[in-house]
Design a protein around this ligand. Structure first.
Ligand SMILES: Cc1ncc(COP(=O)(O)O)c(C=O)c1O
Length: 385
């Protein structure tokens, strides 16, 4: 099936009892059993729920995996994946990670005997330098948040196979519409479905997809045992969002291309980070790796820009009218944020400096409004800076 057909139908056949075309929302926390210890299919809502199961089947189809798991947030999804590890295990992660993931690794998982190293995962040699006998996992964000650095998933998958590592890819920034890491050799895909998959700034959620039955078994066990599951209503709402994912992603991408070109030519902007610009150092990799289901390159809706200094960055933020100053990304409305004091504030300043995340950096999440209005908003906020 094509991507949009799967997005609309996978996991959601019409209800056999009523014929309802829209998947019923099953809120029930428990399910009647035919005899003691003999449930029909479901027993208890934390362990399994038909609405959640539909979302899990749906995301598995879109990522071309076999098993999907839904969680209460993107961080809960990351936590589930970390629980595949054991004390003493070592993880190599992308240096420029989402701040909350870094905080979880450093302030939570370290206490349980795991260790983490950070590397520029766009460079295989930098990863090799961090490899230890205890390394079990390579955890990659591509493109990264907020500097939009890409890692070559296919090359990393080869490296992980040779060295017996699990390759985990956080695919939040592109959604399966523009990137399907399992098809490039990754073992595990993570999403903060709060972002493009949810797409309307009204659901916090996380998803994990795998192909291997062994990994699926462990994740299913953990999902039930730890219990960070989403509500059936959030699953239902997420399924509704996914039906328009393809349309939304196409518009995010089209708007972002136009805006990145405009920003690139503006004298107040020192640097633009967008993989769809020809001067992005990984433009060729972006074209090869980030593709819509028909094979056309796609770059997504995230752009970061460097202004002259922090004062100008703050002035720019205060002048914007359509772009809302807020954390998060990937929704229909355009958002703007100042990573150093917002999304990435949990990364110590020295670490931020090391990865090139400056105080004058601004991140834009380009929505699907009329692009002329977004351009005009940016123009009036930048002019005279
Ligand atoms: C790339 C990335 N991964 C994971 C997360 C965490 O997701 P959540 O906020 O849904 O817990 C975020 C949140 O901003 C993110 O940007």
């Amino acid at each position: 099936m094509g991507f949009s057909t799967d997005a609309i139908h996978a996991g959601q056949a019409p209800d056999p009892q009523t014929g309802a075309v829209v998947l019923p929302l099953v809120q029930s926390t428990t399910f009647a059993q035919e005899a003691p210890g003999q449930p029909k299919k479901y027993e208890y809502g934390r362990t399994g729920n038909p609405t959640r199961e539909a979302l899990e089947a749906n995301i598995a189809a879109l990522e071309q995996g076999r098993y999907g798991f839904a969680f209460a947030s993107g961080m809960a999804a990351t936590a589930a994946v970390c629980h595949l590890l054991r004390p003493g295990d070592h993880v190599i992660a992308t240096a420029n990670l989402y701040g909350g993931t870094y905080r979880y690794f450093e302030q939570v998982m370290r206490q349980f005997g795991l260790s983490f190293s950070y590397a520029d995962t766009s460079n295989l040699e930098a990863i090799e330098d961090q490899l230890r006998p205890s390394t079990r996992m390579l955890f990659v964000e591509t493109p990264t948040n907020p500097l939009l650095i890409l890692s070559d998933i296919r090359a990393l998958a080869g490296f992980c196979r040779e060295n017996g590592l699990l390759l985990v890819v956080d695919n939040t920034f592109l959604s399966p519409y523009f990137q399907r890491p399992l098809t490039l050799g990754a073992d595990i895909v993570i999403h903060s479905s709060t972002k493009y998959i949810g797409g309307h700034s009204d659901i916090i959620g996380g998803l994990v997809v795998v192909r291997e039955a062994m990994l699926a078994e462990q994740l299913a066990f953990y999902q039930n045992a730890a219990g960070a599951v989403p509500s059936p209503y959030d699953c239902w709402l997420t399924l509704r969002s996914v039906k328009t994912l393809a349309l939304r992603m196409r518009q995010h991408d089209a708007n972002a291309r136009t805006i990145a070109t405009f920003l690139h030519g503006h004298p107040a902007v020192r640097k633009v980070y967008y993989p769809g610009l020809k001067n992005h150092p990984q433009y060729r990799l972006a074209r090869r790796q980030q593709k819509d289901p028909a094979g056309r390159p796609g770059f997504g809706g995230m752009i970061s820009l460097e202004l002259e200094n922090e004062e100008k960055a703050r002035l720019f933020l205060s002048r914007l009218r359509i772009f809302t100053l807020a954390e998060s990304l990937g929704a229909v409305e355009s958002l703007v944020c100042h990573p150093a004091t917002m999304t990435h504030a949990s990364i110590p300043p020295a670490e931020r400096e090391k990865i090139g995340l400056s105080d004058s950096l601004v991140r834009l999440s380009i929505g699907i409004e009329d692009v002329e209005d977004l351009l005009e908003d940016l123009r009036q906020a930048l002019d005279g800076l």
